[in-house]
Design a protein around this ligand. Structure first.
Ligand code: PAF
Length: 285
């Protein structure tokens, strides 16, 4: 167990720490989060550590990536709990800016990434990826890390961020980290805390369905029927609206009927008041 990491709120102390570490010869990693940390987040910190001697975790519930009817106010916040958890994986610094410092009066700039931000969650959460791209561009410029790590659970977000870093010549390596799952397969998410007991019991159907579709798709055949059946099973398990259940190209995120290229199966569906997402790779043949 290491000491609880110090928390800084401003860009000046963040940059001072980063400068001192770089001058000492260390590479610096950044793991951007919205807090309410779980084992999946901690694994991203451990992954950052593989590449860098120092790791910064940012905790910022970014208002710009929530829609007007989404869960910004309800989103779980627990800075002290997060600090204790981060101590167990060795975090050098927590950067937790205030919303007024990130977006002071007069703030006008938006970062928008084209095609990758459309389809899937892009179609169901208008403005979401613009909010993500804007805050991630800011965090990367503020912290100037050598490596930044993002979870594959938000796979479309990861692809949007890879594109953003490439297009803007940001001198940072973007790394993905594997999704962590509960014993029954449910992808770890801060939003799982919203689930009632019966919803929690039903939730693993998402992983089961996408895993089965991915296994079926590995043969190279069409998946339309498997997708239709999968939708029925998700609905039968107690889910309401299914935003999408689709197979897409793992790189371009274009829809695929057959896994002719590296592909992934993606799902987003609502249960009670909670929206859950998940995705898995189609195994290589
Ligand atoms: O994945 C998240 O927690 C957020 O979307 C991120 C990348 C921290 C940006 O606010």
């Amino acid at each position: 167990l290491t000491a609880e990491p110090p928390v800084v709120r401003g860009v000046a102390p963040l940059r001072a720490a980063r400068e001192a570490w770089r001058q000492g010869g260390a590479k610096v990693g950044l793991v951007p989060t919205m807090g309410a940390l779980h084992q999946g987040h901690l694994s991203l910190v451990e992954r950052a550590r593989k590449f860098t001697g120092r790791v910064i975790v940012s905790i910022f519930v970014n208002p710009k990536q929530f829609g007007p009817r989404e869960d910004l106010a309800a989103y779980p916040r627990d800075l002290e709990g997060d600090r204790r958890k981060l101590a167990t994986v060795g975090t050098d610094l927590i950067y937790a800016p205030d919303a007024e410092a990130m977006y002071p009066p007069g703030f006008e700039t938006k970062v928008s990434v084209g095609a990758l931000a459309t389809g899937l969650c892009g179609d169901h959460r208008p403005g979401h990826f613009e909010g993500v791209a804007t805050v991630v561009a800011k965090l990367l410029i503020q912290a100037l890390p050598d490596v930044a790590v993002f979870g594959e659970k938000d796979y479309q977000q990861l692809q949007v961020i890879r594109r953003l870093a490439l297009d803007l010549d940001l001198p940072v390596r973007i790394e993905g980290g594997a999704t962590w799952r509960e014993a029954d397969g449910l992808a770890m998410s801060s939003r799982n805390a919203y689930l009632t007991a019966p919803e929690r019991a039903a939730a693993p159907i998402l992983y089961r369905v996408i895993s089965e579709i991915a296994a079926a798709a590995a043969g190279g055949g069409p998946v339309n029927e498997a997708l239709a059946k999968g939708r029925e099973r998700i609905a039968a398990a107690g889910f309401g609206k299914i935003d999408y259940l689709e197979m897409r190209d793992a790189e371009t995120l274009k829809p695929l009927e057959r896994a002719s290229r590296p592909a992934r199966v993606f799902v987003a569906a609502h249960i009670g008041r909670t929206r859950l997402i998940d995705n898995v790779p189609v195994p290589a043949r």
